[in-house]
Design a binder for this molecule. Structure first.
Ligand code: IPM
Ligand code: MG
Length: 401
């Protein structure tokens, strides 16, 4: 019995090692950054998702459609709806992303995606892999870039979360060795770590940010986190003008709450799972996960999304129209910057700050005690198009300085 159990576990591990070594080969051959400048039309896919996803995606789509009207008319940009990334369809075909949907997604250069439901043990849905995680792997979206900005408190954080490996690489591939023993796997590669950390340093360099902070638990998780840290410091040597320090995830989580210290952090690079957790905490200071957008960046494809889930309870209780679209609109701003329309992205972000953090002429409460998502999107649009936007934003920064 026990020899059989061990044999089965060895085989399981052997298969995973084979898969991961094959991934290293693919990483070594991966294409370099796709240059968007010659691409016309640039196709922007809009994916509704589940729960409140279609509702908040609709508001963000409306803003993008309005802002990109000239680019669409001249054939530079095309907005395209991608249907079928729903939990019902995924359950029907038993796949994290139905084949035809993946094909449609790959025809888009960039996508804006609403949250998708992630089934877990005990749900009415089959326990398929998260659509998010699958899409990040399929499209090789290796960097999850999550900014949190609170000018009122001097907070200007950008998290570079590794997005395709670590604890997520083999998330669905753990093994129940016996009834009593469960084992999961965490896989980290040199190539995967290097490209993520390099992107963080390049961002810091481009934006004249003097410091990059590596976040791990390398004192305990010695092999994979140890590798992340070693590679981080090796890359730091190539950027002599940028200071590099490192913190363990536990104390980092505490320091983000420390008002005397937290504004000192600027760019953080971290493995997948720590990045998942720390960015929810960070977003909470900005007004909650509903206000935070995120960019999933790959060298060929990119996908922009909210950092939160699909809030099925809001839909069940008939409150979907009161869901805050700010997260998706922030993701939309990141998308605009990514495709080279930085001036509109800047204005949209200023309007989000002014409306959500300062003037608050309309407030979202998630229910009928506040405004609807459409009303809030219109408020953002009006603010963005107001000639005095820069002054209003300046007032905000002055008022809180
Ligand atoms: C996120 C989400 C996802 C993740 C879930 C939905 C799988 O929490 O984007 O942070 O864990 O990455
Ligand atoms: Mg998360």
């Amino acid at each position: 019995m026990s020899a059989e159990v061990i044999e089965r576990a060895k085989e399981h591990f052997g298969r995973l090692v084979e898969q991961q070594l094959a991934r290293v080969v693919r990483l070594k051959q991966a294409p370099d950054w796709l240059d968007f400048s010659g691409v016309e039309p640039l196709i922007v896919g809009i994916i509704g998702g589940d729960g409140i996803g279609p509702q908040i995606a609709k508001e963000a789509r409306w803003l993008l459609e309005t802002l990109l009207a000239d680019e669409a008319a001249s054939g530079k940009v095309e907005l395209r709806d991608v249907e079928g990334l729903t939990i019902e369809r995924r359950a029907e075909v038993g796949k994290a992303i139905p084949d035809e949907v993946l094909e449609d997604i790959k025809k888009c250069h960039v996508t804006l995606k609403g949250p998708t439901t992630t089934p877990r043990k005990g749900d009415p849905w089959p326990n398929i892999e998260s659509a998010n995680v699958a899409m990040r792997k399929e499209l090789d979206l290796f960097a999850n870039v999550r900014p949190v900005r609170i000018p009122a408190e001097g907070i200007d954080w950008v998290f570079f979360r590794e997005n395709t490996e670590g604890a997520y690489a083999l998330g669905p591939d753990g093994i129940d060795v016996t009834e009593d023993l469960a084992v999961d796997f965490c896989a980290v590669t040199s190539q995967g770590t290097e490209r993520l950390i390099r992107l963080a340093f390049d961002y810091a360099k481009k934006n004249e940010i003097p410091k990059v902070t590596l976040v791990t638990k390398a004192n305990v998780v010695k092999t994979t986190d140890g590798k992340f840290l070693d590679i981080g410091y090796a890359i730091a040597k190539e950027y002599p003008d940028i200071e590099c320090d490192d913190w363990y995830i536990d104390i980092m989580t505490a320091k983000l709450v420390d008002p005397k210290r937290r504004a000192d952090f600027r760019v953080m690079a971290l493995p997948n799972l720590y990045g998942d957790i720390l960015t929810d905490e960070a977003a909470e200071f900005q007004g909650g996960v509903g206000t935070a957008g995120s960019a999933n960046i790959g060298k060929v494809y990119s996908m922009f999304e909210a950092i939160h889930g699909s809030a099925p309870r809001m839909v069940k209780e008939g409150r979907a129209q009161f869901a805050d679209p700010s997260s998706m609109i922030r993701a939309g701003a990141m998308l605009l910057r990514h495709i080279g329309i930085a001036d509109l992205a800047d204005k949209l972000e200023m309007a989000l700050d002014v409306c959500g953090q300062y003037e608050k002429r309309l407030v979202m409460t998630g229910r009928d005690t506040g405004c609807t998502g459409r009303e809030f999107a219109e408020y953002i649009m009006e603010t963005m198009q107001d000639k005095t936007l820069a002054e209003r934003w300046g007032d905000y920064v002055k008022a809180v300085a």
